[in-house]
Design a protein around this ligand. Structure first.
Ligand code: ADP
Ligand code: MG
Length: 246
């Protein structure tokens, strides 16, 4: 976190829904190769923050910088930006009428203008990486939740993004399927992919993250290295939150 050319930087981000102040003065940086885990209770604003980074929500005020440029400025192309900063959702968001392979081709064809052949090669490369190559002709309803999430990760990777955002990628899964998805994410972290991950998987966050951000009621209540935040939390709210997982 010491370098000074962040890939993503939030500056004094605020977000209100009506009178509900959901994010208050959120600032933080993500450098190349960082794995940032965002933890915090339900309703603390974690998803809203990720959605602001991915332009799914517009902040009330503040800046979201990508390589120093404010993505909220006029003229920023949303689809081109999302190709660079991809997102994996809790509910997978696969197209149910398409096969696994087609799900992983559509984005690269539409957004990156890849021809069918190139799109298929990319899809196969990343489906192989997540262990889903044997299922290319399956429809989403024919595979398990863990497999769907691995396909969703392959779809995001096929865009060859610079940053991947994950919003509770294992929260919708049966417990026995959580491990296979976390394993894929661990591999990506080892390879140096820059990731911002909202998760309730504390052991994973402790092992994999370079930096942990604890959110409480719309603010960053505490952040730091995982050893510090998990072993020696400074804030009473952090201690109270973590005690629920012990
Ligand atoms: P988390 O992901 O940490 O559970 P969220 O970012 O989903 O938290 O929600 C934070 C707060 O913002 C909650 O009070 C939630 O009800 C509110 N909120 C989120 N999205 C919307 C929306 N589209 N409209 C109104 N309120 C919202
Ligand atoms: Mg959420």
């Amino acid at each position: 976190m010491e370098q000074n050319n962040p890939v993503i930087e939030l500056r004094h981000l605020n977000k209100r829904f009506g009178t509900n102040e959901v994010l208050r003065d959120i600032s933080f940086q993500t450098n190349h190769g960082d794995v940032i885990c965002i933890i915090g209770a339900s309703g603390s604003g974690k998803s809203t923050m990720l959605r602001c980074i991915n332009m799914l929500e517009t902040p009330t005020s503040g800046e979201v910088l990508y390589h120093g440029k404010n993505i909220l400025n006029k003229g920023v192309k949303v689809s081109a930006y999302r190709a660079k900063v991809g997102m994996v959702f809790q509910q997978f968001n696969l197209f149910n009428n398409m096969t696994v392979l087609q799900n992983c081709m559509i984005g690269t064809m539409r957004v990156l203008k890849k021809d069918k052949n190139a799109a298929e090669q990319l899809a196969l490369k990343y489906l192989t990486k997540v262990g889903m190559a044997p299922y290319i002709n399956a429809k989403p309803h024919q595979i398990s939740g863990g497999q769907k999430q691995r396909v969703a990760i392959a779809r995001a990777l096929a865009m060859e993004p610079e940053v991947l955002l994950f919003d509770e990628p294992t929260s919708a899964l049966d417990p026995q399927m959580v491990g296979e998805v976390l394993e894929v994410m661990r591999d990506l972290a080892k390879e140096g992919l820059t990731m911002i991950i909202v998760t309730h998987e504390m052991a994973f966050a402790r092992d994999v993250s370079s930096h942990v951000v604890f959110m409480a009621d719309g603010i960053i209540a505490e952040e730091g290295a995982p050893e510090m935040l998990f072993n020696n939390p400074q804030n009473a709210l952090t201690r109270e939150f973590l005690s629920r997982f012990m």
